[in-house]
Design a protein around this ligand. Structure first.
Ligand code: EPZ
Length: 427
């Protein structure tokens, strides 16, 4: 298995290009199931999760080609065409690799009147149920049965629009239901909908495909069903979590970096928190510039929240950043139940962190020390990379296949800014 070796202590300096957002790309790819015409997605990152979803879509009958970008475009270009749905079953072997696979449920059901999708099961950051997806589809008239680990959904006469009130905000359920409702008969309203930029991006793409959607980006989304959707070309938004990760990499190493192609509005809450910790985050004509003010960072408290709050997908990176701050930082995780798996690993590098329920008290130490570490999920892994960049001596990170799910060219991007980082190709 590959590992990453870092010799820490070098400030980052230079430019990093931000890629297309993984969490926008996945629902956009699932949306290709809604039409028999071609959907072209540009600015797509090349990541393991994109490949996993491609495999699933291919077995549903989608033909997919991936090309390098045209000179005027960054990222990759994916062409998806679901001329005919060959198979409405999403099997366990593919769904268990990636929970976002459940996003095929709404589109398949809306287009074919039936879908059988494996229940995703638990994962390292918490139980992550899909009850809101299922209750929402039932409100649209689907019959749902759980049978031998599979969700069996049918709507033989088609889905019918309805009002769906979410008891908690869910990104995935908002996406699944928004897609399903585009082909339902009549109007659907999603109340307490997620407001993440990825939802707005999906709504824009669906609108380009002929869907009628208002209110994406607010907590109330209205969808008027249409008979059919058509092909479109759509550019995936920049990855705000990759952006936030490199902001924190710059903050913890004390460098100055420009993130080319990054969008400030998508990480405004993160920028505000880091400003309080002693980091300048400013908009530039090409993206965002980051510079740590002189001296150590200052500890600041953070609570994760749905957008526009501080994202849970940057909590681990923020915690790593606070390990060497002056003073204490209370980090509270409100979205997932088990998202502190990075804490023991950071402590092995000399961090002083105590977890009390959903909060972690980080007491800043002057320096971290390199160590062999491993992680259990994507964002936890990258928080160890950040810690390794700041630590004295050598850090070796194991199980980096997690990183390959969500960070394209991580080592190259950091090395180009002066980090001493390399991939050790293992057996
Ligand atoms: C998306 O997951 C992201 N994944 C996650 O990113 C991200 O952490 C999460 O949103 C929150 O921002 C993708 O976009 C592919 P949710 P999702 O439904 O949609 C509970 C990463 O590292 N819930 O918004 O699965 C759930 O348990 C990943 O890139 C229910 O109770 O998250 C959680 O506590 C990790 N019932 C909360 O809602 C449901 O039916 C929010 O989850 C659905 C969710």
């Amino acid at each position: 298995m590959d590992r990453i070796r870092i010799r820490g202590g070098r400030p980052l300096s230079g430019k990093i290009a931000i890629g297309g957002a993984k969490n926008a790309a996945l629902p956009l790819m699932a949306a290709s199931l809604l039409t028999d015409e071609k959907l072209v997605l540009t600015n797509l990152p090349r990541l393991a999760d994109i490949t996993t979803l491609s495999h699933l879509l291919v077995q549903h009958g989608v033909s997919i080609t991936m090309n390098g970008a045209k000179p005027e475009e960054t990222g990759h270009v994916l062409e998806l065409r679901a001329r005919r749905i060959a198979n409405t079953t999403a099997p366990y072997d593919l769904v268990r690799k990636m929970r976002a696979s459940v996003l095929v449920l709404g589109p398949l059901l809306a287009r074919c009147g039936e879908a059988k999708v494996s229940l995703p099961g638990g994962c390292s950051i918490g139980p992550r149920p899909v009850d809101l997806h299922l209750k929402g589809l039932e409100r649209l008239g689907a019959t749902i049965e759980l049978h031998q680990g599979y969700i069996e959904a049918t709507a033989r006469k088609g889905l019918v629009g309805a009002e769906i009130i979410f008891p908690v905000v869910s990104v995935g359920a908002t996406e699944n239901l928004m897609m399903a409702a585009t082909l339902a008969e009549g109007e659907t309203t999603l109340v307490n909908a997620a407001r993440e930029p990825e939802i707005v991006d999906l709504a824009r793409c669906l609108a380009a495909m002929g869907a009628e959607i208002d209110g994406a980006g607010s907590d109330r989304i209205r969808i008027r069903g249409v008979k059919r959707l058509v092909g479109a070309r759509h550019r995936v938004i920049p990855d705000r979590i990759e952006t936030g990760t490199y902001i924190m990499a710059t903050a913890i190493t004390g460098g100055a970096v420009e993130l080319v192609g990054a969008e400030y509005a998508a990480i405004a809450a993160v920028a505000r928190v880091l400003e309080g910790a002693g980091v300048e985050v400013t908009e530039t004509p090409k993206g965002i510039a980051i510079r740590r003010r002189n001296g150590r960072l200052t500890g600041v408290d953070v609570m994760t929240e749905p957008f526009p709050g501080f994202p849970t997908d940057l909590q681990a990176q923020m915690m790593a950043t606070m390990t060497t701050a002056d003073g204490a930082a209370m980090i509270t995780e409100t979205i997932f139940e088990n998202r502190f798996m990075h804490v023991p690993e950071l402590c092995r590098m000399g961090a002083n962190i105590n977890v009390h329920g959903a909060s972690a008290m980080v007491r800043g130490v002057p320096k971290l020390a390199g160590a062999p570490v491993m992680a259990t999920d994507l964002r936890a892994s990258v928080s160890l990379v950040l810690a390794g960049l700041a630590a004295e001596g050598e850090t070796v990170i194991n199980r980096i296949y997690h990183l390959d799910r969500g960070y394209e060219h991580l080592e190259e991007k950091l090395a180009a800014c002066g980090a001493e980082i390399e991939r050790l190709v293992g057996d």
